[in-house]
Design a protein around this ligand. Structure first.
Ligand SMILES: Cc1ncc(COP(=O)(O)O)c(C=O)c1O
Length: 278
């Protein structure tokens, strides 16, 4: 998906030269902003509310009028929030802005309401983007799919063809096998949940209250005293665990750290013993 995220603004700009702005969540995966920069577009972060959800009420009308695309990411990296995708679609349709909804973590949703896609709110003006990287731990395969507004999907398929971005036949065959099977995804979802619970318990004993994310692979934890870099160093030096300071994901993420639940339980138990001595 990274390839699409990085090139999309440039291609959409060819389609709509009158618009030059990419809106993206103020705390998010950095490639949304970088794709805008690479395309020579204006990258405008959209503020998030206290639950880390996009706050579209904060977007200036002058930015909305110039917006080519709005990126959403639900469940989100790094915050784990689930956004109100119906509200995002309605806001964007009212302004002629395309929504690209990055749903690469959707199968790893823990919120009781279950997984959500923007396509539940119609396909006009919206495209849902999926990746096998997170769904099936197949990041090296470089495969995924997008679905939604027919005109936009057709346009992107044409452009990708001329840009030489074909997916090799054997990769397509492997992707079909992975997408046809949901059992391995359920097993992996349960693993992530168990690891997230275990990491939360360790942090709790350190006096850090990290909420269970609504989805995704990450704990988004407030650093003691708001010192994310100090906490990152402590966890590395004392626990041997590498986490990401929140400002990697935007200035509004400062004060938090992102902890990825991507190690098996026995490694997380080792971190517990190092940090807590038991
Ligand atoms: C929110 C988000 N979108 C997209 C990607 C990229 O995924 P892919 O491996 O499919 O390029 C990532 C990977 O970290 C991600 O966190």
């Amino acid at each position: 998906m990274k390839e699409l995220v990085a090139t999309l603004p440039q291609w959409l700009r060819l389609r709509r030269p009158d618009r030059d702005t990419v809106l993206y969540p103020a705390v998010s995966y950095p490639t949304y902003e970088m794709g805008a920069v690479l395309a020579g577009c204006r990258a405008v972060p959209v503020a998030v509310d206290s639950g880390w959800r996009l706050d579209l009420g904060s977007v200036a009308e002058s930015d909305a009028e110039r917006a080519l695309v709005l990126w959403a990411n639900s469940p989100g990296n790094p915050c784990g929030q689930v956004d109100d995708l119906g509200a995002l679609a309605a806001w964007a349709r009212g302004r002629g802005v395309l929504v690209f909804s990055d749903e690469c973590y959707v199968e790893h949703t823990y919120a009781p309401a279950g997984p959500r896609t923007i396509l539940q709110h119609g396909s006009h003006g919206v495209v849902a983007v999926h990746s096998l990287s997170k769904r099936s731990n197949l990041a090296g395969l470089r495969a995924g799919f997008y679905a939604g507004d027919g005109d936009v999907v057709r346009y992107l398929s044409e452009v990708r063809k001329h840009a030489g971005l074909f997916v090799a036949g054997p990769v397509q065959a492997a992707a079909v096998v992975a997408l046809d099977d949901d059992d391995h995804v359920s097993v992996q979802r349960a693993r992530y949940l168990e690891r997230l619970d275990c990491l939360r318990a360790i942090l709790g004993e350190l006096g850090v209250e990290a909420p269970l994310p609504e989805g995704g692979l990450y704990l988004w934890a407030p650093a003691p005293g708001g010192d994310a870099w100090g906490f990152t160093e402590q966890l590395a030096v004392e626990g041997g665990v590498l986490v990401s300071p929140g400002d990697f994901y935007g200035a509004a993420g400062a004060g938090h750290v992102r902890i990825a639940a991507v190690q098996p339980l026995e490694r997380i138990e080792l971190v517990r013993r190092r940090l807590l001595g038991r």
